[in-house]
Design a protein around this ligand. Structure first.
Ligand SMILES: NC(=O)C1=CN([C@@H]2O[C@H](COP(=O)(O)OP(=O)(O)OC[C@H]3O[C@@H](n4cnc5c(N)ncnc54)[C@H](OP(=O)(O)O)[C@@H]3O)[C@@H](O)[C@H]2O)C=CC1
Ligand SMILES: CC(=O)N[C@@H](CCC(=O)OP(=O)(O)O)C(=O)O
Length: 354
């Protein structure tokens, strides 16, 4: 018989995506699903795309913690996971979709999110060096942020190969509106978001320290040399679509890489070799560039790269679905590892179209 998962924060967008994916999972069944203001409501009234959940209602967080689940997913607003996690007995696997336990530096946490730092859990990006084994051995895992997933996976192979200067990274990324969660905000209402693309949190986005933390670790596993300083300019923008992230990640090649001649084929080849065995990272065929629509509903990241000789910059473009590989899919990928299941179990590799 399979295992049971409780989902806390199940009425939100991340929670809804967890439920959609878990309904198709062969070994994990849905147990208690908790909400906050929606306790007592029918789950499928909030998620009508999941009609098999009509008749099951949202419970409160304490009831979900006590429900006997083998694994608990937390899909709560930033700062809420820590207080709930403290009530979960040891022995139950926990995957947090929020940011509470992602950062190692209390100072970085305070600057990005404010308030007390709750601690650090094993970081849940299996594609990073050494991460897969650490996640499999962990009882509590912090699933990465949506933008950090797109950006880290774009730069990691090139940082590890020592062909780009990690202190000169510039990324501009666009996200669909579901990245901001379900709670209504005036700037996310249809009439304001349609027909508009706008930058936000410019120069102060909370995901920058997570990207820096990840790439600093990747740099330490790469070509031996002095410790790398990772500096990234990160600019987010809001696009008039429900789901998806497109990140355009550029970097200055190292002097040696420039001198040796860094063609588009070489850059894309480094990505291809790095992700050769990765089921959820697809480096597209030459000349094909990622688009968000091709990743919708799938747990995959699409990548393509080139070298812009005139600008002397490497360019990597990355696309993913913020709710799937950027949140719930990646969380289930980690849970599979933690529960000793095949990593890919229940996770879609193909998207929805049109
Ligand atoms: N949206 C995305 O693309 C991504 C989100 N994440 C992270 O996942 C987490 C959830 O995000 P998302 O689903 O978008 O958020 P939503 O705003 O859509 O959902 C929040 C959920 O938390 C519940 N909740 C709110 N306050 C409390 C509380 N005080 N106690 C208990 N439950 C509470 C809500 O319940 P109710 O509705 O009943 O009030 C709801 O179920 C966040 O940490 C987010 O940063 C991570 C990667 C991507
Ligand atoms: C469009 C939009 O507003 N996106 C959010 C993404 C936040 C999020 O989901 O945060 P985690 O991935 O860290 O959990 C933002 O930029 O703040």
């Amino acid at each position: 018989m399979g295992m049971t998962a409780a989902v806390i924060g199940g009425s939100g967008y991340g929670g809804g995506e967890l439920l959609r994916l878990l309904l198709a999972h062969p070994e994990i069944e849905i147990g208690a699903v908790a909400a906050h203001t929606n306790v007592g409501e029918d789950i499928a009234d909030l998620h009508p795309h999941l009609p098999s959940l009509y008749g099951q209602t949202f419970v409160d967080t304490a009831a979900a913690v006590a429900s006997g689940a083998e694994v608990i997913f937390l899909a709560l607003p930033h700062g809420r996971s820590a207080e709930v996690a403290a009530t979960i007995p040891t022995g139950i696997k926990v995957v947090d979709l929020g940011a509470d336990f992602r950062l190692e530096s209390a100072e970085a946490w305070a600057k990005a999110y404010g308030g007390a730092h709750a601690g650090t859990w094993t970081y849940g990006m299996p594609e990073l060096p050494g991460a897969r084994a650490a996640i499999a051995a962990a009882e509590r895992v912090a699933a990465p942020g949506c933008y950090p997933t797109a950006v880290t996976l774009a730069y990691a192979p090139l940082v590890a190969a020592g062909v780009i200067d990690p202190s000169d990274l510039v990324t501009v990324a666009a996200s669909g509106t579901s990245g901001a969660g379900r709670a209504a905000k005036a700037s996310l209402l249809g009439s304001e978001v349609m027909g508009d693309v706008t930058a936000y949190k410019v120069g102060r986005h909370q995901h920058r320290p997570e990207i820096v933390q990840n790439l600093t670790k990747v740099a330490a596993t790469g070509v031996p040399g002095p410790a790398a300083t990772v500096r990234v300019s990160f600019t987010a923008s809001l696009a008039p679509m429900p789901r998806g992230i497109l990140a355009t990640c550029t970097a200055r090649p190292t002097g040696k890489a420039s001198t040796d001649g860094l063609g588009a084929d070489l850059v894309a080849g480094i990505l291809r070799a790095y992700y050769d065995d990765e089921p959820f990272v697809t480096v597209l065929p030459a000349g094909r560039w990622p688009r968000t629509s091709a990743t919708l509903g799938s747990n995959t990241v699409h990548l393509q790269a080139t070298y812009d000789e005139d600008a002397d910059r490497v360019v990597v473009v990355s696309a993913l679905d913020n709710l799937t590989k950027g949140a719930a899919g990646q969380a289930i990928q980690c849970a599979n590892l933690m529960l000793g299941l095949p990593e890919t179990m229940g996770l879609p590799l193909t998207g929805l179209a049109p």
